[in-house]
Design a protein around this ligand. Structure first.
Ligand code: SF4
Length: 202
């Protein structure tokens, strides 16, 4: 994200919550069953994940699914891979009597819930660029541009993967993978030209 901003590249990188924030997807779950040809039952999440908690811009706290505010336990949390974030904790008095604690705490002995939000505060440089991307993504233009992906980029991947058969790279190393990708892209374009004429190749 930082590189895109610094190089002034107008890129759109989706985060894993963008559909949740888009009101158009509010009722998307009702379509899930009909496209599931194997009729696989939708698995319910066993425990709440950090994405189920809501960050409050005004006071920097986090609100849990039960509607209680967690407090900041460690503002400079560093993960095992060096990633930075903010660690939050629930109040023992609230977690102890919480009616949905079974969905929140993995161990019945735990007294409170802890959640770490990585780079979501917008305080660190990495967080700032991530936040900018989220804002850009959530704008009307961002949503429009990303929605076109379904009709432009995705079908190309699907054709190359399913029809032409590149479901994995069989070579290793950057140069070889690059060559293999270009070869398959070329085949894809030749198909397009053969079917529809030169104007359809891209
Ligand atoms: S266990 Fe604590 S943090 Fe989890 S939902 Fe209940 S009150 Fe909130």
């Amino acid at each position: 994200m930082q590189m895109l901003a610094e190089e002034k590249i107008d890129g759109y990188v989706a985060d894993n919550q963008f559909r949740k924030r888009d009101p158009k997807f509010a009722s998307a779950d009702r379509h899930k069953k009909s496209i599931d040809r194997n009729h696989t039952p939708i698995k319910e999440k066993r425990y709440f994940t950090p994405s189920d908690f809501i960050y409050n811009e005004s006071d920097g706290t986090l609100t849990c699914p039960a509607g209680n505010k967690l407090y900041v336990k460690n503002r400079n949390f560093v993960g095992t891979r060096g990633e930075k974030g903010i660690a939050y904790a629930g109040w023992k008095t609230k977690c102890r009597v919480c009616e949905i604690r079974k969905k929140c705490l993995r161990s019945p002995k735990s007294q409170f819930r802890q959640v770490v939000i990585f780079d979501e505060s917008g305080k660190g440089p990495k967080g700032r660029f991530t936040k900018q991307m989220i804002e850009k993504f959530d704008s009307a233009l961002g949503r429009f541009i990303y929605s076109r992906r379904m009709g432009t980029v995705e079908p190309v991947f699907a054709t190359i993967c399913r029809r032409i058969g590149l479901d994995r790279f069989t070579l290793r190393g950057r140069a070889k993978v690059d060559t293999q990708w270009k070869l398959f892209s070329m085949v894809h374009n030749i198909f397009k030209i053969w079917r529809y004429g030169a104007s359809y190749a891209y």
